[in-house]
Design a protein around this ligand. Sequence first.
Ligand code: UD1
Length: 358
Amino acid sequence: MRILYVVGTRPNFVKTAPVIAALRARLPAGRHTIVHTGQHYDRLMSEVFLEELGVPAPDHMLEVGSGSHAAMTARMMERLEPVLAAESPDLVIVPGDVNSTLAAVLTAVKMGIPVAHVESGLRSFDLTMPEEVNRIVADRFSELLFLHSEEAVGNLRAEGIADERMHMVGNTMIDTLVALEGRFRAAAVAARLGVEPGAYALVTLHRPALVDGPLLPQTVERLAALAAEMPVVFPVHPRTRKMMESLDANHPGLSLIEPLGYLDFLSLLADAGAVLTDSGGIQEETTYLGIPCFTLRDNTERPVTVSAGTNTLLGLDPAAIAGIPSALAGRSDAPSEPPPLWDGHAAERIADVILAHS
Ligand code: UD1
């Protein structure tokens, strides 16, 4: 069996690494081809992740780099088509909801190659989010849909997708977290940065709705105020860094640092007193680790992290950051249970379904 995996961004690597490992273990004689679109290309956004996750070097690097959505997606499709023609895979596997996912699904489906979508069925119901468009297209055209939470079933049924295509397998991002737990717990990055475990806030922000417009300066102001109450550590995504160039972000207690490798990031996440984010994956990781998470968005495609986890939706409203210290003080310490099947074995279930299907 020939399986081709398409990845392109930081979270893609995290979600796909355990799937590649599980399928390689079950199909040692199969051909496993990894294609990296190059959507993320900085060493800290790409290579470091692949190395830490133990993903073999990609067989094909498409090197598309950054660009507008249309330019990036078109370049990926153009470069992927000859690779798919040459490799002639039996199945293409794509994770998540980024532009690399969209390009891979469209290219493969038009060539008649079946696609499996990992992390299927998430919906924010906000079509202004580029990821929402990517999710809908990926689910519409993938033959095998791998779901990580119950609400995905209703979302997919509402779009007329048949139950036979859906497979509830759990969360492969949590597989990676579980596999790395010994290593990131030993990394002690908080000490290296001079902050006390449990007493600092970790911040990540990169979504266009927040960082590409007037909300960014307001957010930085609110972070400076928060930093007067608790140290704030903010590894800055390159997109956000670019937008912050003209801002004064020099405030006591607010540390802006380079993006981190995954082990270092998970170490800081696991030791944080609170996390403020607009990321999807981080809402899930904090839920698994039991760390309070505040999401600076109006909606989430991951409502299970609110209903069963540690996530609070603040809204797309920087002023809401001011409420974090009192929300932390009023929070009960009852341990939360991760959602069902977020147990470190999702990729094995995916591999079982693929083998049974082939
Ligand atoms: C992309 C995904 C988003 C995901 C995020 C994870 C889409 C539509 N968006 O957002 O869903 O949550 O990745 O990080 O696919 N840049 C660099 N170096 C890099 C990568 C990006 O400098 O290695 C800069 C460039 O200025 C680029 C900008 O970041 O234009 C945005 O990159 P892009 O891949 O378009 O989107 P992200 O914001 O990273």
